[in-house]
Design a protein around this ligand. Structure first.
Ligand code: ADP
Ligand code: NI
Length: 214
């Protein structure tokens, strides 16, 4: 099992070494660490599946690829080079396919492994790291840090979420502040609450400074 995880680490490190959108190798490593922690706290699930899905979870992400279908083929080819059972391979792929937020149009999760990996990814989307990643992503995408002329969207399709004009501060209201109530595991909920409070404080300070109140 260790050999398989090591080979997967190398595969992911190579692929995500130069990402500057907040989805670099260290994001995958943090998600894996968060996932291990949740596995220990929840005392449920198959750790091998959890770690593999955590490391690979963004490999075929539509926002990181021009051609997600090609990336999916590449990932399947890679998984076939490892000695894992077909059941495990399918389970890992199913988790990867179901993890994304998609502007609130997210998939229902069937297994505890999927819940742990999604919670682990979402812990890395909030708190101090979440704030840093959001401004990195926004800069890379070419959007303003904050644009007060744009409305905050409540419900949106995946296309609107990805393509309509927005700003990084908008992303807090359109996704990040909602995540604590969407956590799937009890321990995920607990860990999310401290990070959530930190974002609330950050936004209060941001708007005070924006409005010249301090
Ligand atoms: P998922 O990986 O669940 O599909 P998203 O695609 O919503 O989630 O985004 C992953 C991370 O990328 C977010 O948590 C955020 O840091 C950043 N991000 C995504 N969309 C935006 C955006 N419009 N503005 C700023 N940051 C964004
Ligand atoms: Ni991710």
């Amino acid at each position: 099992m260790n050999e398989i995880i090591k080979a997967t680490e190398t595969f992911i490190k190579t692929r995500f070494a130069h990402d500057s959108s907040g989805h670099d190798w260290y994001h995958m490593e943090r998600v894996r660490k968060n996932a291990r922690k949740l596995y220990e706290l929840e005392q449920q699930g198959d750790l091998f599946i959890i770690e593999m899905a955590a490391l690979l979870h963004d490999y075929i992400d539509e926002k990181l690829h021009d051609s997600p279908d090609e990336a999916r083929e590449e990932l399947i080819d890679f998984l076939h080079t490892l000695s894992i059972s077909d059941t495990d391979l399918q389970h890992i792929l199913e988790i990867i396919d179901s993890i994304s937020y998609k502007g609130g149009n997210e998939a229902k999760l069937k297994t505890i492994e999927a819940k742990i990996v999604r919670d682990a990814d979402r812990l890395d989307a909030i708190g101090a790291i979440g704030i840093a990643r959001t401004f990195a992503f926004g800069g890379k995408k070419g959007q303003l840090m904050y644009d007060p002329t744009i409305d905050i969207r409540e419900n949106m399709t995946i296309e609107e979420y990805r393509n309509e004009k927005s700003s990084s501060v908008h992303h807090f209201y359109e996704k990040l502040l909602k995540l604590k109530d969407l956590m799937q595991t009890e321990n995920g909920k607990k860990l999310a609450s401290e990070r959530h409070e930190f974002m609330v404080q950050f936004l209060n300070q941001f708007f005070k400074e924006w409005n010249g109140e301090i």
